[in-house]
Design a protein around this ligand. Structure first.
Ligand code: FA5
Length: 343
């Protein structure tokens, strides 16, 4: 009996090697373990085995049955995996990183301009920061030198939340956090969405975007401010630009200015964009007030800084010749599809 079992096991080991598919595996299983299979038939001789040997022979037969099943199933698993690999390799390869052919979105014109400005400032060593949209009253006002009950708070009609926080009225709300976050010297820009309770017209929205910048170092002057702004504007308008400063007022800068750019569309000769004045009012700015530096943990005796708060919607409208700011929040695809990335 033992020899016969070993013969069958050898036979199965050789036959399994030659199996090429699941049908052949099943046929071998039937041949050995089926109702009239080679191994199954041996079980019939059990009744002739003397009772003291029955246990030993029964175990041999059962072990052999398990070995046969294991050899066949191992081959089936191997064949199934090979079949799957084959299928995967034969399927057309899809590059999921390729842009879609049917659904091509485009960037909002304001995003295009924001990215362009960010690239220019990054090339001049600025980091790009993000600001919160919901801000503390402290960051939005107090930290930038607008104390409670100061009339300057009325300059920005604010949306207040029930918990006493505000929808930030200007990107300057991030100044304090940034002054504290970075080691000196600091060069940072921070674009962001702002909110004010405004009467809407072609130039005013209740939800609009600014792009703010701060430079803090030893001996920073208005000259630095003019240099960086001229560099940025020349790159965006793709020509050398001239700027001028007029006196302004902001509680967080001293002195404060309004920066105008000589109209890049008519070179200052007068056109509808500059309302025949030759200048376009572009960007409030100034030297950071010593109190703002102090609240940011910076000693104003050692360091000075300048800041600007560019209206990003205004820059977008100028760059793409859009004459109503409300278009920018309209979701008007017919309008937006006209704008492409500029090289
Ligand atoms: C400020 O918000 C200051 N925080 C800017 C600043 C920063 C000054 C750093 C000095 C130093 P102002 O309220 O003027 O300033 O707004 C700045 C720009 O945001 C404006 O020139 C304008 O382009 C844009 N802006 C302001 N209010 C609106 C509005 N309701 N809709 C669209 N754009 C607006």
């Amino acid at each position: 009996m033992k020899e016969r079992i070993e013969e069958i096991l050898d036979y199965v080991a050789t036959a399994v090697e030659k199996i090429n598919d699941s049908n052949q595996a099943q046929a071998l299983r039937v041949e050995i373990l089926g109702k009239n299979g080679k191994l199954t038939s041996l079980f019939r001789f059990m009744k002739e085995v003397p009772s003291e040997k029955k246990g030993e022979v029964g175990k041999m037969l059962n072990d052999a049955k398990i070995s046969v099943e294991n050899m066949i199933s191992a081959k089936e698993t191997f064949l199934a995996q090979a079949e799957l690999d084959n299928e995967i390799n034969s399927v057309e390869k899809i590059d999921i990183t390729l842009p879609s052919k049917t659904c091509t979105g485009s960037l909002h014109p304001r995003t295009i301009i924001q990215h362009e400005i960010e690239e220019v400032f990054k090339s001049m060593g600025f980091v790009v920061e993000d600001g919160n949209e919901v801000e503390t009253e402290y960051n939005n006002f107090t930290a930038v030198n607008v104390p409670e009950n100061h009339p300057a708070r009325d300059m920005q009609d604010t949306f207040w939340l029930d918990n006493g926080q505000v929808l930030k009225t200007h990107t300057s709300a991030a100044q304090n956090r940034i002054l504290k976050k970075y080691p000196l010297p600091i060069r940072a820009i921070f674009p962001g969405r702002c909110f004010r309770n405004e009467d809407l017209d072609a130039g005013h929205e209740n939800t609009f975007f600014q792009l703010e910048g701060v430079i803090v170092d030893k001996d920073v002057s208005v000259g630095n401010l003019i240099y960086f702004m001229k560099e940025m504007l020349s790159k965006i308008f793709k020509k050398e630009v001239e700027v001028r400063l007029r006196p302004g007022f902001f509680p967080f800068t001293e002195p404060s200015f309004e920066m105008d750019v000589r109209c890049p569309f008519c070179d200052g000769h007068g056109c509808s964009t500059c309302k025949q004045s030759g200048w376009i009012e572009l960007c409030p700015c100034g030297m950071i007030h010593p109190e703002v530096l102090r609240k940011g943990g910076i000693d104003p005796e050692l360091y000075s800084g300048c800041a600007f708060g560019l209206g990003l919607d205004r820059m977008t409208m100028l760059s793409f010749n859009i004459n109503d700011i409300r278009e920018l929040n309209s979701g008007n695809l017919k309008l937006f599809k006209q704008f492409k990335l500029r090289s």
